[in-house]
Design a protein around this ligand. Structure first.
Ligand code: ATR
Length: 281
């Protein structure tokens, strides 16, 4: 019997999840499909309450429904529990279960690109304090990083992360960012700055350690202005596409029973799609 999965969002037409899961379904010769479900906010609760009636064996959940999915899941993995957001759903004996795989995606992307990135790191600097930042901060702390500096335009949101995760999180004012970059060895952008249609993230990277790694969770464009400047300075960079590809792995395994791999071929496919839409730079 064909197994159906989908990504649930609003809007959702732009999602690249069908490309990713479609590639794996074909690669493994699985009798399944992966589609799009555009569910408006006023219908999401009812949709999730009757998830078993949707015909789906599971789903990814994207903006703006990750919190609704968190509330609807009767069982959640510890990461989802910590983040208050679910991006992966599946059914177990008819019960709706939820996980958050964004942390896995973020960490696996760095591991794949720079296997030693966390070794003797000491401190990391994270820009932004929204939902994506929460996943990144949680992931960095889970890898034993001593201190995570969080710089955000709205300081109160950075302080909320410190209140949730404890004193290893250090909130700083956006205007004090420059002083925190001195000798910094890992810089992560989680703000929407640099995204297509948004202003660039314009910061001076000259104080960063020469062996610093700069990563952006924004992947449209693939090469954000931040990554471009970092590359020009000779710094190591990791783009955000890998996070998207890696966060998809655990869901596919749950729904279709095979743990898929993020292959160079899959990445090339995603990059070709970005190129076709003029989203590389
Ligand atoms: P997400 O769930 O993707 O993290 P979000 O919760 O809306 O989205 O967070 C967006 C992040 O980008 C926030 O850290 C936001 O800063 P504020 O908390 O001050 O809003 C940051 N951001 C967006 N536009 C910005 C701008 N023009 N300058 C600085 N930071 C900006």
């Amino acid at each position: 019997m064909t197994r159906h999965a989908a990504v649930i969002g609003h809007p959702v037409a732009h999602s690249r999840s069908p490309l990713i899961h479609g590639y794996w379904l074909k690669q493994h010769g699985i009798d399944g499909d992966y589609g799009l479900r555009d569910v408006p906010p006023e219908r999401i609760e009812a949709f999730l309450a009757d998830f078993a009636g949707s015909g789906l064996v599971g789903a990814n959940v994207t903006v703006p429904h990750k919190e609704a999915a968190f509330r609807a899941a009767v069982e959640r993995d510890p990461v989802a529990q910590a983040l208050g957001a679910v991006n992966t759903l599946w059914l177990e004996d008819g019960r709706l279960c939820g996980a958050n795989t964004d942390v896995h995606g973020f960490l696996a992307n760095l591991d794949a690109a720079e296997p030693e990135w966390a070794r003797a790191l000491g401190e990391a600097v994270v820009l932004g304090a929204g939902g994506a930042s929460r996943a990144v901060v949680y992931g960095l702390l889970s890898r034993g990083i001593d201190r995570v500096v969080v710089a955000n335009r709205t300081r109160a949101r950075a302080e909320a992360l410190r209140d949730q995760f404890g004193p290893r999180v250090l909130p700083v004012d956006w205007r004090d960012l420059a002083s925190r970059l001195d000798g910094c060895r890992l810089l992560v952008n989680t703000t929407s700055l640099g995204m297509k249609g948004q202003p660039p993230l314009d910061i001076d990277l000259s104080a960063l350690s020469p062996d610093a790694l700069v990563t952006d969770i924004v992947y449209v464009p693939l090469e954000t202005p931040l990554l471009k400047v970092a590359k020009a300075r000779g710094l190591a960079t990791v783009d955000g596409l890998g996070m998207l590809l890696h966060q998809a792995v655990p869901g596919f395994e749950r729904w279709f029973g095979v743990r898929p791999e993020v292959t160079p071929e899959l990445r090339a496919l995603a990059i070709a799609d970005l190129a076709a839409k003029g989203q590389l730079t």
